[in-house]
Design a binder for this molecule. Sequence first.
Ligand code: ADP
Ligand code: MG
Length: 349
Amino acid sequence: MSNQKTELSDLGEFGLIKHLTNKIELQNESSIKGVGDDCAVLNYPNKRVVVTTDMLTEGIHFNLMYVPLKHLGYKSIAVNLSDVYAMNATPKQVTVSIALSSKFSLEAIEQLYQGIHLACQHYGVDLVGGDTTSSLTGLTISVTAIGEVDEDKVVYRCGAKPTNLLCVSGDLGGAYMGLQLLERENEVFKVDPNMKPQFKEYDYLLERQLKPEPRRDVIKMLADNNVCPTSMIDISDGLSSEILHLCEESSVGCRLYEDKIPYHPNTQDLAQEMNINPIVAALNGGEDYELLFTVDIKDYERIKNNPLITVLGHITEAQEGANLVTAGMGKFIPLEAQGWNPMMNKIEE
Ligand code: ADP
Ligand code: MG
């Protein structure tokens, strides 16, 4: 790849938009009109439509010292699609709005859009619009995702009932450990720019942090098995705070068993190496983008031993509270909402 740098001012706003969007081919029936008019036009007969937005800001949500722009583009789409899947819906369209400072070249923004287009292609969504503006300092990306779901299949946070099983997809704490690794190597790099990063065998953790995948596969698996969750949320801020959201919205309590929390071996290894208790990474770390959901106990036979999910515990009456049941001692510890605060990493710098 050449190191050519084209100033954004050479293209102007309209030239840039055209450059970034001229190859888009709409792939969904519901996308009637995409980029190029005052509005996109969508068609959703007989469906519920879900809409979600997330904004990512340089220096708060990402650090361009170690986040490649292509990954950032991919992730900015992925995190929004995760919210759509968390409603048991299928994402169909996104809009992407960006604020850019003059430090970004056209080539840099092309990389960002490569990641955006890749995620759109992979998850079958159409990029149908957005906005482009300038900023004084860094980069801000705001993505809106739109999805569809049958009226009787929408899953809210508020549907959990006592005796429901509490389930989670994948494994937890990996994205947080990936971030710790990137921060550690970034500190080393700041002291000696000739040092090569020591990522060793931790590729999985880097991928969890830099290139999260929303769990379309889990939504499909549940549907294929005729299981409709009673409540669901995606894990962006850590298991603890997401469980509390489900319990609060559903007016229930829960028992979460410590020894059921699923970890990838890399998460445990790096946690040990860095003297971090992996349960802290799972409960209070962020950005795993797994799905946390509850199912009726009668569905247990249909989900047990499924490799995509783990049963973590069960829902109780509200007055029991939301508790972690410790391994071994079986002590009840009330869960606390120490959700992951993206500012934490900033302050620590
Ligand atoms: P308007 O003046 O109506 O807001 P714009 O000039 O901002 O129109 O945008 C022109 C078209 O390009 C619109 O269809 C808009 O949705 C789309 N667009 C603008 N910025 C982006 C972007 N960053 N990514 C994708 N589409 C964009
Ligand atoms: Mg505009």
